[in-house]
Design a protein around this ligand. Structure first.
Ligand SMILES: [Zn+2]
Length: 235
């Protein structure tokens, strides 16, 4: 019994450490790093992870957008997960930047933001009802055909009906990244209760610790939206 108990206390941290190193080496890229003046190099305790989508097609596009003001607003997230599952760390997650746009600086500081490359809502092409488009060029940017049912989710929510699906490789990378961050920063591994998961509730989420989405903090935001399957996080 003694051996079994202590074996677990030795092997488990060792296993987690190896897993972390493995994931770090294989998954986390720093190819899209921000300049030090584009985020706050101040350390606060983290107890919250917030998922976003980029409303764009590439990770580089999101980072270029943040960098376009040369650090004036310090809007960014520490991570972006690309469509193929590549995880880019744009700045060290112990630091912070604005990613929620609420009136609470405390929320921004205690949270780690993860952007997920995804167009978000899709709309039916006005001249060809068999196609779905994303928002650029006034919702004329082609995304997929209706028959490609694995590329979108059909659910009426916050005024939109169709949502870009999250590819499997991307979902797996998000799950791994959340596992690493909850462990590294001792963030509670919990989701909002089912009744709050897709809701905006500023007073509830002001003190929530765990994994949440931007749409929980802003009624005017649709990320991470109904296409994201929370059960895939394994939290
Ligand atoms: Zn967002």
């Amino acid at each position: 019994m003694w051996f079994a108990r202590h074996l677990d206390s030795v092997l488990r941290p060792l296993f987690l450490c190896c897993m972390r190193l493995f994931l770090r080496r294989t998954m986390i890229s720093t190819k899209l790093s921000l300049k030090p003046n584009e985020y706050y190099q101040q350390t606060f305790q983290k107890d919250l992870i917030v998922l976003h989508f980029t409303a764009g097609g590439t990770a580089a596009g999101a980072v270029n957008w943040w960098s376009s003001d040369q650090g004036a607003t310090k809007v960014a997230t520490a991570y972006i997960v690309d469509l193929d599952g590549t995880v880019c760390e744009t700045f060290p997650p112990k630091f912070w930047a604005f990613h929620l746009g609420t009136s609470s600086a405390k929320l921004e500081r205690r949270s780690i933001g993860i952007e997920i490359v995804n167009w978000g809502p899709l709309r039916v092409d006005p001249t060809d009802r068999t196609k779905l488009n994303s928002w650029p060029r006034n919702w004329l940017n082609p995304f997929c055909r209706f028959e490609e049912r694995d590329r979108y989710v059909h659910k009426l929510w916050r005024g939109e009906q169709f949502w870009m699906a999250y590819p499997q490789a991307q979902v797996a990378a998000i799950r791994d990244l959340v596992a690493i961050l909850t462990r590294d920063f001792s963030i509670p591994t919990q989701l909002p209760p089912a009744s709050k998961l897709m809701e905006f509730d500023s007073s509830f989420f002001a003190s929530f610790c765990g994994v949440a989405a931007h749409h929980n903090f802003r009624v005017d935001k649709t990320d991470v939206g109904p296409a994201f399957d929370w059960t895939t996080l394994g939290v």
